[in-house]
Design a protein around this ligand. Structure first.
Ligand code: DON
Length: 606
């Protein structure tokens, strides 16, 4: 089990007992139906900053027979419908993913890729990699101009697309674990493609992306009807997409990778100067990988192994952070943020340099999981002073984060849990719709280091190992994650979009529960911080830190930057990071869940 880090042998029984007790307290304080949310966090006097956007006192969604948390109400309802029809969590996840491709086309997709974690009720955990692959014809320098400078071709247009993996991945997950028929799980998406009422979220994302979409005729023809963003309440129909989904229902992935849809993708590529061929589509495979697993204070965290960087980077961070008692140090205090930022900085330095597609590059997996390596890393952390990133590795200064990806979490009555993070990378990917097929293609080729040592669109400065290569998978931060409690029982299902911030956001959702005694609402609502080694900055969400905390961090030597709230948006919260979909199993076996209000999602149970 090369990706499994065993429980730290030097942890004292006393600490474990204390944490178990803290958890009991947390559970013991969950609200009854008539009260506002309680939690160990509030009981201990915890509070969010006065100016912060979200409350600590809302009540979680509760359920006993299953729960679905997604960024979109239609998609959540599809998942719940499948559970109610007798489907299991994998059936519901597949149906939800396909629904997101229809109602949430800025991130939900057929033309992108992602990762799925499945934990069956018997405790076995599976990791499904349906990440895009570089086309056969891809070359290391394909995004550089004649002077060796990076162009925008990895971000916009046909060359930006990797070979899509979502269709194959969802199919394989259903083949392996589904209990309803394939037709039953595909049908809700077909129905939605027939027409659904336009939501504020679709309007907001189209408004943000419309200039890019307008440059591609097939894209604008569908998504900007009459050259305008549709209005909330309009009926939005996608007949080409409905056809693709119908063929998917009737022919499985063969149509997408070898049939009529494959031909449409190949024709679109030829028209736009892209390089994905029929051969690329035919050769695409998704991969069942050994999950990354690590211990955090007695809890076992299962997440994605490479080509996602999520599992290993979270393991490396957890192995550093665990040396300090974050709970005792307090949530959102300068001390806790300092320890997290120093740990994030070091783990991201290694992530950015070393991680890539394991099918192409040898990875120092042990380094990310080993206590000895963490000992040496931890020894360089001072509680008195921030370590400049230049002393950890060289760097540059650029950063951008928006939530273009999407995550969904599902659990069924039998206790099977599914976490999926899926993406076309940027909102609406490279803005290219496959003519006649009605779906956007990803621009995930930008997750490669187009020019090693140069920042990508998320400001990530990645190394030679993650250079573009024929048929290689590009490194990802997507981290669908399932956590077991110290007794080995299902405990948390979590995940988020957010580019480079995914890893730190997922971890904070876990720390908030385990270290700070928050319930699911608080764990999702709480403002977050981020550090990714380069740029050498501690980012915090708009109004997420009190001025005194910022000053204390600056006194330690951190450069601290508040996220810009940007122009007012009627739908999305500005200056925020992430879109966490969190489900927790309570001691009595019931579920509590919460969908991040930053993007307007919904958790529903039954
Ligand atoms: O795989 C990755 O790490 C990125 N393609 C994820 C992109 C993302 O989360 C978009 N939101 N910022």
């Amino acid at each position: 089990m090369p990706y499994l880090r065993k429980t730290r042998s030097r942890r004292s029984g006393g600490a474990a007992a204390f944490l178990a007790l803290a958890l009991l307290t947390l559970h013991g304080c969950q609200p009854d139906a008539s009260s506002a949310a309680g939690s160990a966090f509030l009981d201990a006097g915890g509070a969010f900053p006065a100016e912060w956007a979200f409350a600590a006192e809302a009540r979680p969604v509760t359920a006993s027979e299953g729960m679905v948390a997604t960024t979109d109400e239609y998609a959540t309802r599809v998942g719940l419908h499948i559970l109610a029809a007798g489907g299991n969590a994998v059936d519901a996840a597949v149906a939800t993913g396909l629904a997101l491709a229809v109602v949430n086309p800025e991130a939900g997709n057929l033309g992108g890729g992602g990762f799925m974690m499945v934990r069956l009720a018997d405790g076995t955990v599976y990791a499904q990699d349906h990440r895009e692959k570089a086309p056969v014809a891809a070359t290391r320098d394909m995004y550089l101009d004649a002077d060796g400078n990076v162009t925008d071709r990895s971000v916009v247009g046909h060359l930006a697309a990797g070979v899509p993996g979502t269709v194959q991945g969802l199919w394989e997950a259903h083949e392996r674990f589904g209990s309803l028929t394939w037709a039953e799980v595909v049908q809700p998406a077909i129905d939605l493609a027939g027409g659904f009422e336009v939501t504020g979220r679709l309007v907001s994302t189209l408004e943000a992306a419309q200039n890019g979409i307008r440059t591609f005729e097939a894209s604008a023809g569908i998504f900007l009807p009459g050259d305008a963003v549709p209005t909330v309440g309009d009926t939005f129909s996608q007949p080409d997409l409905a056809q693709v989904l119908t063929r998917l229902r009737d022919q499985g992935p063969d149509d997408f990778y070898r049939g009529e849809t494959a031909a449409l993708i190949a024709a679109e590529m030829e028209r736009g100067g892209g390089i994905i061929t029929l051969e690329d589509l035919d050769r695409y495979t998704s991969v069942w990988r050994e999950p990354a697993a690590f211990d955090y204070r007695g809890y076992t965290v299962h997440s994605m192994p490479p080509p996602s960087s999520g599992g290993l980077t979270m393991a490396a961070i957890a192995n550093l952070v665990e040396r300090w008692d974050l709970g005792a140090m307090g949530w959102n205090t300068p001390e806790t943020i300092h320890v997290m930022a120093e740990s994030f900085r070091r783990a991201y330095a290694d992530r950015n340099e070393y991680l890539a597609d394991p099918d192409f590059v040898e990875l120092p997996v042990e380094q990310f999981l080993s206590d000895e390596y963490a000992d040496s890393r931890a020894a360089t952390i001072s509680l008195e002073r921030a370590t400049p990133s230049a002393e950890v590795a060289p760097g540059i200064d650029a950063f951008l984060d928006e939530s273009h990806t999407t995550h969904y979490s599902v659990v069924d009555a039998g206790g099977t849990a599914v976490a999926v993070t899926t993406s076309v990378n940027s909102w609406y990917g490279g803005k290219v719709v496959v003519d006649g097929a009605g779906f956007f293609l990803n621009n995930t080729m930008d997750d490669f280091a187009a020019k090693p040592g140069t920042a990508n669109q998320f400001g990530l400065v990645q190394g030679e190992r993650n250079a573009v290569g024929s048929e290689k998978r590009m490194l990802s931060a997507m981290s669908p994650t399932i956590v077991e409690d110290p007794d080995g029982n299902l405990f948390l299902i979590t995940g988020t979009p957010g580019g480079a911030t995914i890893i730190t956001t997922v971890l904070q959702s876990i720390f908030n529960v385990i270290d700070h005694g928050m319930n699911v609402v608080q764990a999702v609502h709480a403002p977050r911080v981020h550090h990714q080694h380069l740029p050498d900055l501690v980012f915090y969400e708009y109004r997420g830190l009190p001025a005194t905390t910022v000053q204390a961090l600056e006194a330690l030597g951190h450069t601290v930057r508040q996220r810009d709230p940007g122009p007012p948006d009627a739908y999305f919260a500005g200056g925020m990071s992430g879109d966490v979909q969190l489900i927790m199993v309570m001691p009595d076996g019931t579920y509590e869940g919460w969908s991040d209000p930053r993007r307007g999602g919904l958790a529903l149970g039954r």
